[in-house]
Design a protein around this ligand. Structure first.
Ligand code: SAM
Length: 242
């Protein structure tokens, strides 16, 4: 998979791309990320990429010409998915991540200031993604969030590939609690079932805990699920459902 990032401050992404799982997937040639500075496509002597908004008002707008020129270079066949990171986009979820991870070529366009000239969105952008209902100063960190989430679900990214598929959201539930050694720490003990070696009971316990945690922390997620009678009984007994 190839990801091109087009941004005013692409260097923000470099340290994270050279660390941990993201570095590993690139070293294994599962992912190639290229960072591009939008100023490379500026045409005037000041290398300017922004201008005042028509109609007046506060803030600057990223000009269309450098972005159109950059896309001509980065997407000559126009077959890449051009993703604009914007608070106005589709909310990023694990399902969106999984779907984008199947693409061959993504171009991530990062805005700054008030954003990009609207004609860029009309003509060039194919997908708009928001990483949450808040406003960042630029799209670079949002692009990094997206690349990180995609990178870890690529086959071979994690030591144990399966482990990405039992994390929160991949099974529609939040993850179950985790414990490691020691079995007693201060006066806190690990649940007996996890020390029992009884795999069936452990799996059952994990499911119940994930169900209860989801009901307590993210009841909206449960509404999308078809709960079994047993699930409902568990949640009622825990006081998490009427
Ligand atoms: N005027 C824009 C609006 O209100 O929708 C916000 C512009 S913001 C200050 C500058 C840039 O940061 C945006 O163009 C976008 O690329 C990025 N950005 C800010 N918040 C974001 C979010 N929640 N998700 C994705 N990108 C975001």
């Amino acid at each position: 998979m190839r990801i091109d990032v087009l941004a005013l401050f692409p260097e923000i992404l470099a340290p994270a791309l050279n660390t941990g799982i993201l570095k590993r997937v690139q070293d294994a040639d599962k992912l190639a990320v290229k960072l591009h500075n939008l100023r490379e496509w500026a045409t005037d002597k000041h290398k300017s990429v922004d201008d005042y908004p028509y109609g007046g008002g506060a803030g600057m707008i990223l000009k269309p010409e450098p972005i159109f020129a950059a896309l001509e270079t980065l997407n000559p066949e126009t077959n890449a998915n051009v993703v604009y990171l914007t608070p106005q986009g589709t909310p990023l979820t694990q399902a969106v991540v999984e779907s984008l991870s199947l693409e061959k070529h993504l171009i991530l366009l990062c805005g700054r200031y008030k954003g990009v000239d609207e004609r860029v969105r009309h003509r060039l952008v194919t997908t708009e993604i928001s990483i949450g209902d808040y406003v960042l100063s630029g799209g670079e960190i949002a692009a990094l969030v997206l690349i990180d989430a995609i990178g870890r679900v690529l086959p071979g990214a994690l030591g144990d590939y399966e482990s990405a598929h039992v994390d929160s959201f991949s099974q529609e539930l939040l993850d179950h609690p985790h414990y490691t050694r020691p079995a007693t720490f201060a006066d806190l003990t690990v649940p007996d079932v996890l020390l029992s070696g009884h795999h069936e009971n452990i799996e059952k316990w994990r499911y119940v805990e994930a169900l209860k945690r989801t009901a307590a922390c993210r009841p909206d997620l449960l509404q999308r699920l078809e709960l079994s009678e047993e699930d409902i009984k568990i949640l009622r007994a825990a006081g998490l459902m009427e």
